[in-house]
Design a protein around this ligand. Structure first.
Ligand SMILES: NC(=O)c1ccc[n+]([C@@H]2O[C@H](COP(=O)([O-])OP(=O)(O)OC[C@H]3O[C@@H](n4cnc5c(N)ncnc54)[C@H](OP(=O)(O)O)[C@@H]3O)[C@@H](O)[C@H]2O)c1
Length: 335
């Protein structure tokens, strides 16, 4: 039987999500990779345990995480049932709808038809009565935002979600849907965009809106899927995401295109007595609107490394300038 570490709340930082009552751990665990039916269930349990033992309370899922789609929610549901049940009220569990999940016109995007059905399916797979945060996973330009907002609001009024988030919405789209949520009284609190040293678009577009609206960001892919770690410095390991046959999202090309930049960034990290992964996470969290950053992990030890980022979250002006200079010198990266 799993018993959580007694000191789990000792070193983690918990940040308030905008002007809501909710706090989330500064690092959150994402289950996009390594939690499918193709992956070792024992390893999944070990990763979840290690995350919680380190004070990570926020676990991020989506209807179609796998492969096979849905299996990450099923596996996390099994872990919840067998290991984490006593800790349910210590966890923030999130799911999303918006990318393709089932055949036909309703298993995708953000119509009311799709969101309501998808949320019910997710709750069933997770074995939960409610999730803590439910996200619209991407904007749907064919569905009126009022319909998407009302569908998400309905999940709250039905008790199936406590809070609402949006993901991959740009600044203007965020402003527009926030207005509808305000009118409906929906507890819309958080936005989930991609943000890392290679993808800084939100700094000028989304973050000013988030600040103005008094919301918050949980960023994803802060390690650029592993590129912003020391993993690829000496070649591409066989057990890395870039080589994983069930993951088409990171290629050898991306590793090669970023390598020279990564080597320079690694030197900056060393001068801060951090690994590159730790520095990349700290760099994400330097933005006041970023209250949490989602990390993925293929093994429990990566969690131990990544939470060490919290030991040095401060950057001097010259460190930030050095990082900006390195990034400005890089070739265009295909992402
Ligand atoms: N809303 C969205 O549209 C969206 C999109 C993408 C992701 N997300 C969320 O964000 C989460 C994280 O995304 P991500 O997996 O791309 O995140 P990431 O943290 O950028 O990359 C995670 C990968 O980096 C490697 N890694 C992690 N820590 C390491 C360390 N200390 N040293 C060396 N390598 C390390 C591992 O890959 P190896 O397998 O190579 O070890 C790990 O699986 C997802 O699970 C999901 O919840 C959301």
């Amino acid at each position: 039987m799993y018993i959580a570490a007694k000191n789990r709340y000792q070193n983690m930082v918990y940040n308030r999500v905008g002007n809501s009552g909710l706090k989330v751990s500064a690092l959150a665990l994402g289950l996009w990779h390594n939690f499918g039916s193709v992956d070792s269930f024992e390893n999944q349990k070990a990763i979840v345990r290690r995350a919680f033992d380190n004070g990570i309370t926020y676990f991020d899922l989506t209807n179609n995480y796998g492969p096979v789609p849905g299996s990450a929610e099923e596996n996390f549901g099994k872990i919840l049932k067998t290991e984490m049940k006593p800790y349910r009220d210590e966890l923030v569990i999130a799911s999303k709808a918006g990318y393709e999940m089932w055949d036909g016109p309703y298993g995708n995007w953000a119509s009311k038809k799709s969101i309501i059905a998808s949320a019910d399916q997710s709750l069933q797979r997770l074995g939960l009565d409610y999730v803590d945060i439910f996200y619209s996973h991407r904007p749907d330009l064919e569905t009126p935002i009022e319909e998407t907002a009302r569908a998400l609001n309905q999940l709250v009024t039905q008790g199936k979600a406590l809070y609402i988030g949006i993901s991959n919405y740009n600044g203007a789209q965020t402003k527009a849907i926030a207005k509808v949520f305000d009118d409906l009284g929906t507890p819309f609190i958080i936005s989930q965009p991609r943000y890392n040293m290679f993808n800084r678009g939100i700094e000028s577009d989304l973050l000013p809106v988030i600040k103005q609206e008094k919301k918050a960001v949980v960023s994803f892919s802060s390690l650029a899927q592993g590129l912003l770690t020391d993993k690829y410095l000496n070649g591409i390991p066989a057990d890395s995401r870039a080589k994983k046959s069930t993951s088409p999202f990171l290629s050898d090309d991306q590793v090669e295109q970023t390598l020279a930049t990564v080597k320079k960034l690694n030197e900056v990290a060393k001068s801060r007595n951090q690994t590159l992964a730790e520095m990349a996470i700290a760099w994400n969290l330097r933005e006041p609107e970023v209250v949490s950053t989602l990390i993925g992990a293929s093994r429990p030890e990566q969690i131990d490394d990544n939470v060490k980022a919290l030991a040095n979250l401060d950057f001097s002006e010259s460190e930030l300038a050095e990082i900006d200079k390195i990034l400005s010198e890089q070739n265009t990266i295909k992402w």
